[in-house]
Design a protein around this ligand. Structure first.
Ligand SMILES: Nc1ncnc2c1ncn2[C@@H]1O[C@H](COP(=O)(O)OP(=O)(O)OP(=O)(O)O)[C@@H](O)[C@H]1O
Ligand SMILES: [Mg+2]
Length: 237
């Protein structure tokens, strides 16, 4: 590595830097402390697995990282910028251009077919329709769904919907990929293919936060953190 590159790498702020993040939900008289003082840092280019029991706060954390929700307390810096200082328009632009999100419940638009679901965020960011269409098909192909491009979500199996969600997140070549159990609905062969896609994206420089219940997949990332009692710690439980 040339000295100049070394300097550039070392001065880059972390992709994600959180300190003292708290988030509670009130349900009637009861308050659930989903996140209770999270300190979490992910450097640019890292591949980090997040594990933890059901209800431990993984999706809550992911939604805050992805600017879909705000913490009650704490500081969150995304690429060195304080999330609180972002206007709604800036947050929306970052979600569209910088972050790719594979939602646990897929969150596909029900009235659009697989192809249109993958293409829409590309059109939103102003990509030429022809290029957006090509990219959408290319990514459906990558997840093995080119023959299902014109199916609506209701005409797809759970695993196929999950793969559309993965194609949608990857098509925009996001700097940071947030994947909430992206292999949860997949058989072992398809799950392996998706894992290889994530590994390839990470090798080409993408930062990935990957929630999983699968310890074998977690072991293949660079680092695993676990959440329990609203806190995060290094290593699997
Ligand atoms: N919108 C909400 N309103 C009230 N409580 C919520 C809400 N979202 C999450 N919670 C609660 O916060 C806690 C953390 O939920 P979260 O969805 O983050 O868990 P998780 O680790 O992603 O679980 P899973 O592995 O089942 O997906 C749970 O106790 C849940 O019931
Ligand atoms: Mg979850």
């Amino acid at each position: 590595m040339k000295p100049q590159e070394l300097t550039q790498t070392s001065t880059k702020p972390p992709a994600i830097e959180m300190s003292g993040i708290r988030k509670s939900y009130r349900m009637g008289d009861e308050e659930v402390h989903a996140l209770d003082g999270i300190d979490f840092r992910v450097d640019v280019g890292e591949f980090v697995a997040v594990v933890g029991a059901s209800g431990s706060g993984k999706s809550t954390l992911m939604n805050i990282i992805g600017l879909l929700d705000e913490p009650d307390e704490g500081v969150y810096l995304l690429n060195g910028r304080n999330a609180r200082s972002l206007s709604d328009g800036e947050s929306a632009a970052i979600r569209n251009r910088t972050i790719g999100f594979v939602f646990q419940d897929f969150s596909l638009l029900p009235t659009m077919n697989a192809f249109e679901n993958v293409r829409l965020p590309l059109l939103y960011r102003g990509m030429h329709p022809k290029e957006a269409s090509e990219k959408a098909m290319e990514h459906l192909d990558l997840v093995g769904l080119e023959s299902r491009a014109h199916h609506l979500p209701t005409q797809l199996s759970g695993g196929q919907q999950q793969r559309v969600a993965i194609a949608r997140a990857l098509a925009g070549d996001p700097q940071v990929l947030l994947a909430d159990e992206p292999t949860g609905a997949l058989d072992s062969k398809t799950s392996e293919e998706v894992m290889q896609l994530l590994e390839k994206s990470n090798k080409s420089g993408q930062t990935i936060v990957f929630i999983t219940h699968n310890p074998d997949l977690a072991l293949r990332t660079g680092r695993t953190v676990s959440i329990s009692d609203g806190k995060i710690r290094e290593g699997a439980i």
